[in-house]
Design a protein around this ligand. Sequence first.
Ligand code: 7XF
Length: 399
Amino acid sequence: MDGSGQVKREKGFSTRAIHEGYHPADEGGALTPPVHFTSTFTFPDVESAGAAFSGEQPAHIYSRISNPTVDLLERRMASLEGAEAAVAFASGMGAITAVFWSLVEPGDEILVDKTLYGCTYAFFNHGLAKFGVRVSHVDMTDEVALETALKSRPKIVYFETPANPNMRIIDIRRTATLAGAAGARVIVDNTYASPCLTQPIALGADMVVHSATKYLGGHGDLIGGLACGTQEIMDQVRFYGLKDMTGAALAPFNAMLILRGLKTLGLRMREHSASAGIVARFLEARPEVANVAWPGLESFPQYELAARQMQLPGGMIAFELKAGKDAAITFMNRLNMIQRAVSLGDAESLIQHPASMTHSTYTPEEQAEHAITPGLIRLSVGLEDVEDILADIAQALST
Ligand code: 7XF
């Protein structure tokens, strides 16, 4: 309670996405935060520079390590993910690689889900594995298989939910409980859901990573990444993973664009979800379509888990045509408005073929093993009028 007898509560998600961490009065009344275009920071004397370098006196030193504009984005994202701290990166892969270089050593085992974004899969299996880290894959939707895999006591448990590209949902609370009991840290790639729809840390995860290129930025005009977690781990990730191992620092201009994107994240996710629901139901009713994976469909195998774990089902759909891969490619080539492109979460609807595009880092045998089917189509439902999205799909299916 405060003096007025009101119960104090944390401000809402969109309010924090707009205001968190910034006070116009500190910047001459400027409504929007200034962008600090600077590579380095000056010191009045060498002694204070030394105190900053030793960590005795916190200060910005050099923009590969920290920058006031990037710092504001990090504070805002930490708030939205319910984390103590966050670190921003030049890309989602920058975030993922810096986190792993910071936390694993040769001989460690990491346990990762069956389906991962193609470059994450390549980093684990071709990158980390080369440096003596054991990478084990398990289907984390299968509790028995997960419990068995945890018996070898991996250091880290890592998954995406919904998974790119096939929309499998992992139960964060259950996985975090089992992993925690086995002494593993849990890291969730929250790119598909965004913190607006899923809050992994509140469900027991230790860390969250993002490709900010997607819903967080939201406008297809930048590449960026974020990691969120405890202050202690984020310090390690910043002062080792970012500073020394990857150098994948986010530019202040891109931090400003992501800050601008975050202001409308709630608004956009509600619209993406609403339109995706209409598109998913339309696809499901079409005779040419074999199956549709969208977490809000009653036919979705993990419908109840998704309803429990996600505020809304989101804007991503995966589907297959009855006539298979060649028909899928012909269908995609016939689209007029919906753009054939990788990436997702933009205002423009984007469609792509995971087997030959985002997930071509898997061999065909690996794709078969990891539930990435040859005819799978991935659609990121944009913010255009939904009637126009439906009309484009209808003409491409039927001509
Ligand atoms: O380094 P990026 O900002 O592109 O982010 C990497 C990344 C990390 N996690 C997930 C779940 C992702 O989807 C991505 C990037 N995926 C894009 C896509 O699936 O279309 C990349 C285009 S190849």
